[in-house]
Design a protein around this ligand. Structure first.
Ligand code: PMP
Length: 372
């Protein structure tokens, strides 16, 4: 009820910053496109998922864990953290697990951002960063990209006395570009000591450029740098939601402090454990991704479309005014991609690198849609 006769409606109990949040718009689900367009054969290249799915041993591990569903998960994900710590050469106190790295972003927000604080982010950047500022009554300070890449000098320059954190997606989503380690290190060396630098490395494994792979050393050498990684992408576990934070124990402690005890479910824990053993599957997925990217560049060039060189599992394609028409044209042909206007890059489509067959189908559909 509205405010009548001095009574306040239920909306007045919602915090103003919650009312300000805009809902996240995810990639269109396959089932929705099937239903709306009456199509049966639909592929989704819109959410940067792994087109090969998890390794068979991962599926087997999940199946074996099903009889245990009545029990709460291990609240500390100790077995998973122990194995991951062993592989990374750190201790379990350097790791905190999240319900996807999305949740870890939120936990960092809870732990560090407060009214009047500032969060420095790229513009555009991953859509889940700014809401963490809004939710905590902090302000997002947006730093324009340079050549579609994070401008580390401008990010450092944007830090002031109220800055609490920088969230840096590297590789960048939605651009797919990346900052080499030398730039990341420069940034970490040139922000005030009170600023937490969050290196969001959701697409870390897909990078095949030189000067990459030192971020862990960079983070662990500093008290104010934290890395986020995920099992959603190269390990193909997006449905189960599991990601991790890697930093010195003094930082990890604060995330543990605000984390719900059972935030990572049992199936996610056993699946991630098994995924850590599936190096062959990962190698296959990475090789397919690298050649899929090349095929998308070449296929788009043949269609007269410019692409942005990517270090992730998706490619940005410049389509200008035709963004909406091509998005719809692809949808009608059963190919779901992402129009980038809502992601901050009007005039672009973002296409996840699929299996070789999916890449061909997508290019074919794109060629046909250009002729509509
Ligand atoms: N960071 C970036 C840059 C992403 O693109 C994504 C997924 N789209 C995430 C974090 C979140 O990944 P998840 O919650 O699945 O681990």
């Amino acid at each position: 009820m509205a405010e009548t006769s001095g009574r306040r409606g239920i909306e007045s109990c919602v915090k103003p910053q919650v009312a300000q949040l805009r809902p996240y718009s995810p990639g269109k689900p396959i089932s929705e496109v099937q239903r709306e367009l009456g199509l049966t054969d639909v592929i989704k290249l819109a959410s940067n998922e792994n087109p090969f799915g998890p390794a068979p041993r991962v599926v087997e591990a999940i199946r074996a864990a099903l009889p245990e569903l009545a029990l709460y998960p291990d609240a500390g994900a100790v077995e998973l953290r122990t194995k991951l710590a062993g592989q990374l050469g750190v201790t379990i106190d350097h790791l905190s697990m999240g319900n996807g790295s999305d949740e870890l972003l939120q936990l960092i927000g809870y732990a560090v951002l407060d009214e009047g604080d500032e969060l420095v982010i790229g513009d555009p950047t991953f859509a889940r960063y700014e809401p963490q500022a809004t939710l905590n009554r902090a302000r997002a300070v947006k730093v324009p990209l340079r050549d579609m890449t994070h401008d580390v000098e401008a990010l450092a320059a944007a830090c002031g006395p109220r800055t609490k954190a920088i969230f840096l997606a590297n590789p960048h989503n939605p651009a797919g570009t990346f900052n080499p380690d030398a730039e990341v290190e420069w940034l970490c060396d040139n922000v005030p000591e009170h600023v937490l630098v969050v290196l969001d490395e959701a697409y870390y494994e897909f990078v095949d450029q030189p000067d990459h792979g030192r971020s862990q050393a960079i983070a662990l050498a500093r008290p104010n740098v934290l890395i986020l990684r995920t099992f959603s992408k190269v390990h193909a576990l997006a449905a189960l939601r599991v990601g991790y934070a890697l930093a010195r124990p003094e930082l990890i402690r604060w995330i543990e402090q605000v984390r719900e005890p059972f935030n990572v479910n049992s199936l996610a824990q056993v699946a991630a454990l098994a995924a850590l053993d599936d190096t062959e599957h990962v190698t296959m997925a990475l090789a397919a991704n690298a050649s899929g990217r090349e095929r998308l560049y070449a296929g788009c060039a043949q269609l007269g479309l410019r692409t942005v060189p990517s270090q992730a599992n998706f490619v940005l394609i410049e389509v200008g005014e035709r963004e909406a028409a091509l998005y719809q044209g692809l949808l009608r042909r059963g190919v779901i991609v992402r129009g980038c206007t809502p992601l901050g890059f009007p005039g672009y489509l973002r296409i996840t690198v699929g299996t070789p067959e999916q890449v061909e189908r997508c290019l074919e559909a794109l060629g046909a849609a250009l002729g509509d």
